[in-house]
Design a protein around this ligand. Structure first.
Ligand code: 13P
Length: 333
């Protein structure tokens, strides 16, 4: 069993001066793609998923299968993390299911999708931290509002994180990790031209890291949106708009400024979807989706392995993590 906490994996990353990719997954083939990449590159890894994002009828069934898949990879430290938990109840469900880390996103109201007050964000985050601590589970929170679509339904405007608020927020909530809005956005539409320092505020990372040195910083919306994958998707029936993401060298640079967790969903999904579209188009008689999914899994795994080298986590699974069950027993003692 290699399931361990976000805190432990990110502490190791900070000590080693590297970043860890947190890869969004929405089906079990994608879980396998990420874990295969971790095993082949000897990388500690974070597998993350948003509640309701899979095609399974219930989160509980999907999450159970996801956690069981991790058992097949004893050679690498794995964090199973809930991405963008919209409320305390969803975070508690993921913790009860066996996740070793959850994100409570108290920056947006779960119903109106409007930014919440600082006080409301602190209150819901504290509730989740109290529940998670008793069970040895790590917690990430969000300050400021990262733009774009988290679940295909919301399109919040970007509100940059305020460094003084970040320090106050951490003092009040004691979270393990903080997602700071620095100009990135989620999804397949990010920047209208290659981003410079006025839109991608890397300086904020450095300032905030200096104020909260014991808290891990998370860069959301880190996909690069590779143009070659967009062209393949669009040549096979897709209609993705031209857009620029976060350049690879900026992601690598962020790990030197204070980021330890780098969130990526769209790039992996583009790799998976492009390969599936090509496979389906190549066989007009295809009815069984498995061969196309197999091509998608292989393409996604190759892309994730490449990113692991960029983030610096490749070759760093050289330690024995504390299994979550032991961490939880220590917290309850
Ligand atoms: P992308 O949408 O850029 O892949 O980012 C994913 C993410 O930040 C999930 O929280």
């Amino acid at each position: 069993m290699t399931l361990c906490t976000l805190r432990e994996v990110l502490d190791h990353a900070r000590a080693g001066g590297y970043g860890v990719g947190a890869f969004n997954v929405t089906d079990i083939e994608q879980v396998e793609a990420v874990l295969d990449a971790a095993a082949s590159t000897s990388s500690p890894v974070i597998v993350q998923t948003i509640a309701g994002a899979s095609a399974f009828a219930s989160d509980e069934l999907y999450w159970d299968l996801l956690l069981r898949t991790v058992d097949h990879y004893p050679q690498v430290p794995v964090v199973v993390h809930l991405d963008h938990g919209p409320d305390a109840e969803t975070c508690k469900r993921a913790i009860d299911a066996g996740f070793s880390s959850v994100m409570i996103d108290g920056s947006l109201d779960p119903v109106t999708h409007q930014p919440t007050s600082f006080e409301a964000n602190v209150a819901v985050t504290k509730e989740v931290v109290a529940y998670a601590r008793e069970r040895g589970v790590s917690v990430e929170a969000e300050l400021g509002t990262i733009g774009g679509s988290k679940d295909g339904a919301t399109h919040a405007e970007i509100v940059l994180a305020d460094p003084d608020e970040a320090a106050r927020f951490v003092a009040e909530t004691d979270v393990d990790a903080l997602a700071v809005a620095i100009g990135t956005s989620h999804g397949a539409y990010k920047f209208t031209s290659p981003p410079d320092g006025t839109v991608l505020r890397m300086d904020l990372i450095e300032t905030i890291a200096g104020l909260i040195p014991d808290t891990h910083l998370v860069m959301h919306g880190s996909s690069s949106l590779p143009a070659d994958l967009r062209e393949i998707i669009n040549a096979h029936g897709g209609g993705l708009p031209e857009s620029w993401g976060v350049p690879e060298d900026e992601k690598a640079r962020s790990t030197k400024l204070g980021v330890t967790k780098i969130n990526q969903g769209m790039d992996s999904h583009m790799a998976y979807a492009a390969a599936m579209r090509v496979a389906l188009a190549a066989d007009p008689l295809a009815a069984d989706p498995a061969p196309a999914a197999k091509a998608g899994r292989a393409a996604m795994s190759a892309m994730v392995a490449e990113r692991m080298a960029v983030f610096g986590q490749a070759g760093r699974a050289d330690y024995t993590p504390t299994p979550l069950r032991e961490t939880a027993a220590l917290s309850l003692a």
